[in-house]
Design a binder for this molecule. Structure first.
Ligand code: SAM
Ligand code: ZN
Length: 248
């Protein structure tokens, strides 16, 4: 599937598609397809913290979907309520370019992606992406990239709708990821995300709760004069939404 070209994460040159992989004409790096996802991490060093997160999610990938349902419900948010909010947000995503940062297995959002949209899932764990590929199948316009959310290989202002579902709890540096989301989002784009704000009963993947004030601070890269931020909570889950400030 041909999307707009990603750029080389090392030298920012536009990449040429080469079958299912990408090649950089400037530095010669090749980004191959592995497990149904393009591996952009081959030449990028990860920090120790990122490697730990990557290894953790590689290890839990096969049981992740059950674990996230248990986690959400253990925080007094019925799974149907959680997916209902996601589904109603995705109802406006027809024909849109969707970036899912830290998409993991693409569960449960994969089932709400319209056939007419372009879905771009990015994750640091190739194992999680392997499950995402299986869930999404080959029918959707879906590309999966194994990349660090702090270094999204996309041009500025190209994404209509960005998802950050249960990710700010585990990103080693959520501020940098938010800066990248802000950079690639169109000026009339929208962000929808979730975080858990209470400690889960059983620790599944070294997740840490995150206070609403910290979410607000992470998202402060979106200038409040231009963007409107709204929060909603259900049990220990916070849903956040960033959209263009219509009052200006
Ligand atoms: C708790 S899971 C959330 C998965 C999915 N979005 C969901 O709603 O269930 C967090 C995901 O973030 C990914 N992740 C962690 N750090 C990352 C980084 N620096 N860049 C990209 N993905 C990262 C993990 O591999 C994992 O798949
Ligand atoms: Zn390059």
């Amino acid at each position: 599937m041909q999307l707009f070209s990603p750029f080389c994460p090392s030298c920012r040159e536009n990449l040429a598609r080469n079958g299912d992989s990408f090649t950089c004409s400037r530095c010669g790096r090749v980004y191959p397809l592995k497990n149904g996802a393009v591996d952009f991490l081959t030449s990028l060093p990860l920090s120790d913290a990122q490697q730990i997160v990557q290894a953790t999610f590689d290890a839990v990938a096969a049981s992740y979907d059950n674990a996230i349902v248990r986690l959400v419900e253990s925080l007094s948010c019925p799974w149907g309520t959680y997916t209902g909010k996601l589904e109603s947000f995705m109802a406006n995503s027809s024909g849109k370019v969707i970036l899912d940062v830290g998409c993991g297995t693409a569960f449960p959002v994969g089932s709400f992606v319209p056939q007419t949209s372009i879905y771009l899932g990015m994750d640091i764990s190739l194992e999680m992406l392997g499950h995402a590929r299986a869930l999404l199948g080959e029918n959707l316009n879906a590309a999966l990239w194994n990349i660090d959310a702090e270094r999204v290989p996309l041009p500025d202002n190209c994404i209509d709708l960005c998802l950050a579902l249960m990710t700010f709890n585990v990103f080693p540096n959520p501020h940098r990821a938010a800066t990248e989301i802000h950079r690639v989002l169109k000026k009339d784009g929208v962000v929808f995300g979730t975080v858990f704000i209470q400690p889960p009963r059983d620790e599944t993947f070294q997740e840490r709760p995150i206070a609403p004030d910290l979410v607000r601070e992470i998202l402060s890269v979106f200038d409040p004069a231009l963007w409107e931020l709204s929060f909603e909570t259900q049990g220990g889950i916070l849903f956040f939404h960033v959209q263009k400030n219509v009052k200006i």
